[in-house]
Design a binder for this molecule. Sequence first.
Ligand code: FES
Ligand SMILES: [Fe+2]
Length: 447
Amino acid sequence: MRTAPAPYSGYHRPLDAPEDAEITRTGRGTPLGELFRRHWQPVALASRIGVHPLALRVLGEDLVLFRSPSGTLGLLHRHCAHRGASLEYGRVEERGLRCCYHGWLFAHDGRLLEAPGEREGTPLLRTACQGAYPVQEVHGLVFAYLGPPEHRPPFPRFDTIGLPDVELVPYSLHYPCNWLQVHENQMDPMHAVFLHTRMGETHFTPAWGEMPVLIYGTHRDRTYYVAVRRVGDHVWVRINEVIVPNVGQVAALWESGEVPRIFQRVGITRWTVPADDESCWILGWRHFGPEVEPPGLGQGNRSLVGHDSLDIYGQSGHRPYAEMQANPGDWEAQVSQRPIAIHALEHRGATDVGVVTLRRQLRAALAGQVDPRQPHGLGSGEDPLPTMTCNVVFARAWTSPPGSAAEREQLKQLGTLVRDAVIAADDLAPDERQAAIGAAISRIAVC
Ligand code: FES
Ligand SMILES: [Fe+2]
């Protein structure tokens, strides 16, 4: 048994410890870096590509992204294969990108097309090439695949992408810290009670301040939580998920918990992409539409959604320090966990089960023990990949007193039933799935 620490024990407390490299380091050749390099990653907002190349840093690699006049995208290593000048100063041409220093012209796929200072037919045209990666633009985000060509996967098509009446607005946010502490925040629902509600101003709706009953788990390549709250006469079940290695979805944000909802879908789909091991970008889409931003509740503002900007309080570092201290948000909490949060110095408790579950699943994925993302070929062809994230709200005839153990047990049972209904419909076609989940939730609401 550990002895209680003595008061004024600062001198005896450790100041440092090795970081958890297995699940924080993503450079090329590291286990996690190679896992990232088997998945398509968003690297930039398409709207940021202008007439000049855009310098990027992704997974510790310096790159340039450009678009030729007819629209073809290219993503090349930043340092020229000749003698290393940065291609961010190069000239974009129809056939590719020309280095400013000696005029070498590289095609979009990295082949050296011209070396104008060399003699005609120089062998350099056969032996030199620029590192290049495949890219594609999807709903305003540019995605790249940085892995071995022979392992390039199909682009994942989640069931929340391309829904009717939902507009996808691309955004990015810069976090000067390791990717994992930003990503795992999505499996920390208790921070919504404190950081977003009780500790300062209410960042969402007052219902977020209710202490939820929580269920955590994994399903295929996802870690999820189910947060269940009693809000007046209603029960609000909220499921959020993250998907190996770095995708996350957030259920619609402006939920009061007072209006019935059957499988209301997501407000955000996002990837947390390391620039290097001490900085990262969130890149993703805000979802706008009448279902996920209901009139009267919706407080979204698409004009605030864009490069390093989101319409949610506290998501970027662009506020005065005094305001950050008075009313901190996600950015302050996560960035201040150190450049790379040190897991060995943490004192984890019941509020951290989601984070622990996520870290465990990442390690399992590195060991090849996580079910593949497309168990039935879903997500890559006609049928989209079923995801779990949702809000469900229904009225309830409560028999147990508010805050009682019996009530919490009841909430847990209801959350489990909703979770099971969502998972049970995984293998159905999208329209059948929606109907099956709706029917199941109608039964749960009256059980
Ligand atoms: S360094 Fe690029 S062409 Fe010489
Ligand atoms: Fe948050």
